[in-house]
Design a protein around this ligand. Sequence first.
Ligand SMILES: Nc1ncnc2c1ncn2[C@@H]1O[C@H](COP(=O)(O)OP(=O)(O)O)[C@@H](O)[C@H]1O
Ligand SMILES: [Mg+2]
Length: 553
Amino acid sequence: MSFRFKTILGIAAIEAVLLFILIWNSLLFLRASNEEELIKRANTTATLFATTTKNAVLSTDVASLDEFVHEVIKNPDIVYARVIDSKGVLAQAGQKDVLERSFVADHQFDTVDDGIYDDVAIIEEGGVKFGRVELGISIASIQNVLLKAREQISLIAIIEMALTALFSLALGTVLTRRILTLKQVSENVATGDLSSRVLVKGKDEIAVVGNAFNIMLDKLNQSATIQQQYQDQLEALNNNLEARVDRRTAELQSSNIALNKMMSELKVEKEEQRNLLEKLRQTQGQLLQSEKMASLGQLAAGVAHEINNPLGFVSSNITTLKRYVADLMKLLNVYEESESATNKSELHDSLLILKEEIGLDFIREDIQSLITESLDGTDRVKRIVKNLREFSHLDEADWQWVDIHDGLNSTLNIVNNEIKYKVEVIKEYGDLPRVECLASELNQVFLNLLVNAAQAIEDHGTITIHTAIEDNDHVRIVIADTGMGISEENITRIFDPFYTSKPVGTGTGLGLSFSYSIIQRHHGRIDVDSTEGEGTKFIIILPVSGQDKAAEV
Ligand SMILES: Nc1ncnc2c1ncn2[C@@H]1O[C@H](COP(=O)(O)OP(=O)(O)O)[C@@H](O)[C@H]1O
Ligand SMILES: [Mg+2]
């Protein structure tokens, strides 16, 4: 329901109630006063009529009475008039049907039921009643007046209602129009048009609301402007940030690509390095093998000679023994035959001849020395084999606690055949604890150093092997020779792989290089001290606990 309609309806309702009360009261009042008036007039008329007719009644002048009644009913409101004395009706006039009714006086208006107010007045003189007059007054005129009044009031009421409706419509329209302006402005604001303002006219409440609305809009506009500014700043910052992030991302991406490229290159390089390293390791292994073979080859000659010698005489002794056994068998056969023979003297002679023939006395002596000599030969071979095994530690390749002197001795036994003719070996062994080491590898080092020393001695010389305790955790082994020595220019190169001063086929140039790495693996140290023309000294320092990686030289 619109505001305008509500206004009209409200005003109309109030108006209608008020009008109703007003009309109702007016009509009641009008009716009451008219009725009162009519009753008064009826009474006055009846009394006056009684007074007028008194003399004629007293004189029973019927002609005058007749004249009187006809005179009275000339009054348009009076419907009938009648004069009565004790004997009956003296004169009457009026409408016939009304005159024929039986008379009942109406003392008040409410009892009127036939449209005629019936009234009576007594005719008396000196307190004596002579008769009475009866007359009827029509109430139609009152009813007419009331009807007219009702019609007029209704008309006024309708006009009044119409005017009210018109006025409230106008008022409602004006009010709603101004409220609609507010509504329109707020709709504009809602759609984002903050510049929209209410057109304020006058100083009434709606104007006040409009003003307040405008102030609110101003404030809103201000804060919107500030917010917009902030938003613009934020957007600018954001754009800036985005650009920076983009730039950084691009930089990062390009450096990432570069990094990836580098990484893959590095990977390739690493792969190549690994391959190279693997090849190097293989080559090193092969080299180590060939160096071992070379030094073993040198040794093999000596060992072969050493074994060949006893093997030669053991074999010739066995050949002789075989011959002796055959001769002795012949002799035994003759003895066997003699057990069943009859001619004993003949047999005795042939035995003597045979004994002389084979030289039994010599055989008896020679067998003893041949067997002793052969056993000595096999003992020598056995010793050589034992030395070889001890040197190589074939059965025990891992870390173990050993006596360094055992290693030196077994190595000396091996090289001895090579060097015994030109070198005198002097052992200056100290009192050493057992040392944890890879024994066969350490023997390889000793072998290299001893062979090098022997090769450095051209004619005749000495090799001194000196051992001592270096400190609490280390031992020292020195192998010194009186050989040709090493020049200052070469001394820095002797540990390089493939450096050799020896003719092709004799030296590989790997002995010292491998010795160096073996000593390193023992966390030890190898040094050289040499004077050209006087001799060379190799000093090895070994930790007692070689496997213990914490041990340092
Ligand atoms: N005791 C030594 N006296 C003199 N020179 C030596 C001695 N030990 C090594 N050298 C020199 O060091 C070189 C390298 O030795 P090494 O590595 O054992 O290889 P190779 O013995 O096969 O030559 C030798 O060729 C030699 O010139
Ligand atoms: Mg060598």
